[in-house]
Ligand binder design. Sequence first.
Ligand code: UDP
Ligand code: MG
Length: 318
Amino acid sequence: MRVSVVVPVYNEVESLNPLHIALTEALQGLSYELVFVDDGSTDGSNEELIRLAGEDSTHVKVVELRRNFGQTTAIAAGIDHAIGEVIVLIDADLQNDPADIPMMLEKIEEGYDVVSGWRMNRQDAFLTRTLPSRIANWLISRVTGVHLHDYGCTLKAYRRYVLQGFHLYGEMHRFIPAYAGGVGAKIIEVPVRHHSRRFGKAKYGLERTLKVILDLLTVKFLISYANKPIYLFGGAGLALILGSIILLGYLVLRRILLDEHLVRSPLLLMTVMLFILGFQSILMGLTAELLARTYHESQSKPTYTVRRVVGGQHEESL
Ligand code: UDP
Ligand code: MG
């Protein structure tokens, strides 16, 4: 089993050497590569990575991005350059512990497709990091139906196929397990160690939670409705039109029974608005259906994922 460890690096110069030592120790005896992605660092991380690549050329690969693209994009670049059957993601700042990797690989060997690290004793500021992250984790679990305690933990191991055909945008790397759940992967959560930052500083603040919530909307849509957008838009559209019909009925009844003028009531305007909105929503659903077809068919992307096929290879029986 070949293992690729993908590490996004943005200004982590002091951590890189100790990280390399810890990874080398953890992965001893395995066939592995370390893919460091330099996400436009300006603090000398790049020179340090090049030095490591020279020192340990059998294992270290450095992917150098032209500018800072952000952690998710850096991870995507690393995955694209990784050749292993198993891909492990880990932060460069030593907050995750490479010593947890062998235990995670064992789980992969047991047959899991995704092994998700859970920072049980998280060592970050409570109010700005840990609390928002708890709320976000609860929300993501509820919305996606894949129940994990710690989506935000980068330390996770994946079988390669899980990552294929999934493009990473925005803050999306944390949603890979949710997506994997959507395509039927076997997921397990394992507690991992977490340390406070020794060097450098954290690159994010509270604003990330906002991005995560917006990404969650996208992911939910992709998982549940990307194949059948009309169910979402059409459903909303039909509900709106139904509302408008009920309202109209009420107005007509009032006209007949109470002899009240139809046009004098603002409710008539409401009826018309609901109807137009509903109609628009259905049209939008149909447009989205066309897009969904283009999306799947232009890439010959099946709408299902197969775990395996058993038997049926005998040509003579055909
Ligand atoms: N990182 C990156 N590009 C960025 C910001 C961060 O590659 O624009 C890397 C960073 O070097 C670290 C990881 O992403 O390896 C996580 O960053 P950080 O520790 O700041 O975030 P947190 O631990 O709070 O998730
Ligand atoms: Mg960190």
